[in-house]
Design a binder for this molecule. Structure first.
Ligand SMILES: N[C@@H](CCC(=O)N[C@@H](CS)C(=O)NCC(=O)O)C(=O)O
Length: 238
């Protein structure tokens, strides 16, 4: 049985980590049985979540996990999508994970004090109080450095949120009135898109990105649909 190591569930969405949502959604789309092990990144092979253990084979990084699952259990995307569509799906996946994700990271780790406290409580709230404060402060310093290192942290909040809104516009326009990003059937792009979008618009982190995403009715409906289909047990109502 595949073991999926990820953060504890919170906020009524599958996970506060977009990448953990992505892998769990991929498993559910493809009906692959798994069990969840709740943990923190300190214990992860690359210091980040999610990772999986498939009968002793550990794989980390959601992109490599999906590639591994495709090679071990079948590649539904290749069966559903033309090469051109696969190219488009890959480009959108990268937009979501390598650009929009970082705007969301700034909202959580380096924007308002209110957001930081909400984020801190959700991630570290289960630790004893003093340890919680110390680990949260160390992790926040690391994330601020990552945000600067990525480059997005060198922009003003106004500038970077404007760029994030462009991503959201592009996603809303591309989804249009399709049920899933690549058409009538869910693909691995939906695992990635749902992971980022439900975190952008469905969690209690306030930002201009969230406000903008909430104006996109099709993205809201998409997240509701994905949750109803793949995570009906969860309480987020949108
Ligand atoms: N590229 C990685 C990104 C994973 C990632 O950034 N995970 C975050 C949570 S969303 C994490 O565990 N960060 C902990 C850290 O950097 O200390 C993937 O696709 O899995």
């Amino acid at each position: 049985m595949i073991k999926l190591y990820q953060f504890a569930r919170t906020w009524g969405i599958p996970n506060l980590s977009s990448f953990c949502v992505k892998v769990e959604t991929y498993l559910r789309i493809n009906k692959l049985p798994y069990e969840i092990v709740e943990t923190l990144p300190l214990k992860a092979p690359r210091g980040k979540l999610p990772f999986i253990d498939d009968d002793g084979r550990k794989v980390s990084d959601s992109r490599l996990i999906v590639n591994y699952l495709k090679s071990a259990y079948g590649d539904n995307d290749a069966a559903l999508l033309s090469l051109e569509q696969q190219g488009i799906a890959k480009a959108y996946e990268r937009l979501l994970e390598e650009h929009l994700y970082w705007g969301c990271m700034v909202s959580r780790w380096n924007y308002t004090e209110e957001n930081w406290q909400t984020n801190k409580q959700a991630i570290f709230g289960g630790l004893p109080p003093v340890i919680c404060d110390v680990v949260a402060a160390i992790t926040r310093r690391k994330f601020k450095a990552q945000i600067i290192g990525h480059g997005i942290g060198r922009l003003t909040h106004e500038e970077l949120f404007e760029l994030g809104k462009e991503d959201i516009d592009s996603l809303a326009n591309f989804l249009g009135d399709k049920p899933y990003f690549m058409g009538d059937k869910p693909t691995s792009l939906d695992a990635s898109a749902y992971g980022i979008l439900v975190n952008a618009l469905g969690c209690p982190i306030k930002s201009p990105l969230k406000d903008h995403a909430l104006t996109k009715q099709n993205l809201m409906d998409y997240c509701r649909r994905m949750q109803a289909e793949f995570f009906p047990e969860l309480s987020w109502e949108g």
